[in-house]
Design a protein around this ligand. Structure first.
Ligand code: HEC
Length: 117
């Protein structure tokens, strides 16, 4: 049987542990993926981070078509499975959060992109 003191100590430790967990929720679960209200980031995490980290997406700025090509390559050469109905949502998410930067705010201080020949 536990003594009263050890029971009180146990309860205090349990309370401290649970308050720590509440604080942890402010730490992003994924360092790269932006959480969206539709929860698509969870799909991307499920489908795209089982073989490599999301860090691989971090500095890429690709159009929807280019992301489509990445997915095709993952499927043809790396063993990515068929994404089914999730594919269009994932593409939308990638093109939005890891798409080309075109607005002037993000390009402040830089000249406009040169037109391709
Ligand atoms: C079955 C394993 C697997 C899955 C699932 C997977 N990838 Fe990959 N991916 C790889 C491998 C292997 C590489 C090559 C890594 C390397 O060169 O270090 C890679 C590389 C990449 C690269 C780097 C560029 C390139 O073409 O090599 C990107 C971007 C990428 N993956 C995006 C994705 C996205 C987006 C998804 C989800 C739709 C995804 N991956 C899912 C295996 C996978």
């Amino acid at each position: 049987m536990w003594s009263r003191t050890s029971l009180i100590v146990f309860i205090c430790l349990a309370l401290i542990a649970s308050s720590d967990r509440a604080e942890d929720q402010s730490i992003p679960i994924d360092p790269v993926l932006v959480e969206d209200s539709e929860g698509t980031w969870l799909l991307v995490r499920a489908h795209c981070t089982s073989c490599h980290s999301s860090q691989i997406l971090k500095n890429l700025r690709l159009s929807r078509d280019a992301w489509q090509d990445v997915i095709k390559r993952m499927q043809a050469e790396e063993g990515l499975w068929d994404l089914g109905d999730d594919e269009s949502r994932i593409l939308e998410y990638l093109a939005t959060n890891f798409g080309p930067r075109t607005d002037s705010v993000q390009r402040r201080g830089r000249r406009a992109p040169l037109a391709p020949d």
